[in-house]
Design a protein around this ligand. Sequence first.
Ligand code: KIV
Length: 274
Amino acid sequence: MSVQSTTRRKTAPDIRARKGGEPIVMLTSYHAHTAAMVDRHCDVILVGDSLGNVMHGFETTVPVTLDMMILQGSAVMRGSRQALVAVDMPFGSYEAGKEQAFHSAARIMKETQCGAVKLEGGVRMAETVRFLTERGIPVMGHIGLTPQSINTLGSFKAQGREADSWAPIENDARAIAEAGAFSMVIEAVAEPLARKITQDVAIPTISIGASAACDGQVLVLEDMLGLSPKVPKFVRRYGNLGPAIEEAVAAYAADVRSRAFPAAEHVYDMKTKT
Ligand code: KIV
């Protein structure tokens, strides 16, 4: 007997259809427990390769592997019910060619059962985006600042501040949209350029540091909750959980040191959180 879920999960075409409409709400999550909390409020949950920085303490996203993305993508799928889950393709899993990209993306889709993948790059990735979408893999693009290229970029800088630097970024946006992506993240791009791209392309643009001129926004959950040690300046903080966690841990440590920890009255009776 198969078990059918009554909640319909959002799909890539649902997100594509939101162009110019109600802004798209997107956050990252890497775990079942945070996915369950953000699911009700988000249209898209991104299992970002920022998990390399946030969960694993790497300086960049370059060391992140396909297996890491698949493990955390599966956890997010188990924790969520209604949001579209998009999983990042990590550095080295797609750039060598479209067949390599298909093999990696198919593993992500089959092993996590997520609804889409995201990959970085514009014109240079357009052929790959077309190859994947024509073969049943919904692709979210990612242009502007592309963190996986840190070693050739040298540093993370805002893009498109001078109008004479706009053309390559506009070409990237057009190429990804025309190749069949259902949406694209625009990272760290000046507002006038983000607005122009958003007007030019037929698919939703999702800002991270690219302004409200876009069709939606994505933030790293830990950044907006006050849990990350370093946060880009444009990120608005909606919580300050770092100090709250430290305070709770200190209270716990004090209890243990004073032997204030009870035995279970019945074997693992559970209480729900208040
Ligand atoms: O890896 C990530 O979390 C991302 C977003 C910040 C866009 O790519």
